[in-house]
Design a protein around this ligand. Sequence first.
Ligand SMILES: [Cu+2]
Length: 326
Amino acid sequence: MSRRSLIATSALGLAAPALVAGATFADRPASAAAGATQRITIYAEALPGGLFGYGLAPGAATVPGPILEIWEGDTLEITLVNTTTQRLSIHPHGVDYSTDSDGSPLNASYNNPGETRTYVWRSREMIAATGRRFMPGSAGYWHYHDHAMGTDHGTAGIARGLYGALIVRRRGDILPERQFTVVFNDMMINNRMAPDTPMFEANLGQRVEWIAIGHGGTFHTFHLHAHRWADNRTGMLEGPADPSLVIDNKDLNPGSSFGFQVLAGEGVGPGVWMYHCHVQSHSDGGMVGLFLVRNADGSMPAGAEEAIHRFQGHSHSTAAHQAHGD
Ligand SMILES: [Cu+2]
């Protein structure tokens, strides 16, 4: 495990691992040949407030779990340690796996309370097909989640925090300086409500990567103020003729995920910008958080402290505190 992944975890286990490169990624150069296997151990743990989380070390579980990253073509072997009294699993989207790594009770692929089990996720590169076409590889902004707690679909595990981002990179992809995982889960963001939602931070001009994931029982739309991205695999255009639609708002429905990179504050400057669900009743209900773009030297821009104070005085504060039992 890398040092950078260790600093992502908080003592309380409730903070999103926002300012860290992917947990499995930092030690693996892109120049290495495809087909390598990375082995990690993930601990599923009970957290305060009735939550559960995944973490890369004992006592380090977070909601969302750590960002897992591999290069396209590589394999990730996960030893999942279930420290809880609940049946649970880990189930990925976007990669290849055998039935015994499915993470579903259907395939008897889960951890009983206290049990340790290994899951293997494989990825592959794009391959040529006939007719000048290509079969897709695994590269993308994906996610993982429990599929066994509460119901055979992991409904209780997902509701209580067992989810995280999975990124499969294509060789040549540009790596970000900051990463933010945003999970719209029922009426919460990362199982929090405003003003307790994550405040993500970057300095002006830094390359930041957003990974957006939907869960729960209702549809959402993800909106980021003052920034836009291409609606394709990376969020970036491949050239002036790239036909990708450029957007600043995108559907984020249960089970779906997407990601993109932007340069923080590019063209608009530093400041406090909102990200939120654009279903009005959801944003009014607390599905909103802050993206603090600091000055390039890391200092606070004019007006930022005042904006943060305004947000913290948000009318949802009472409801949010009740939801967290504090
Ligand atoms: Cu919503």
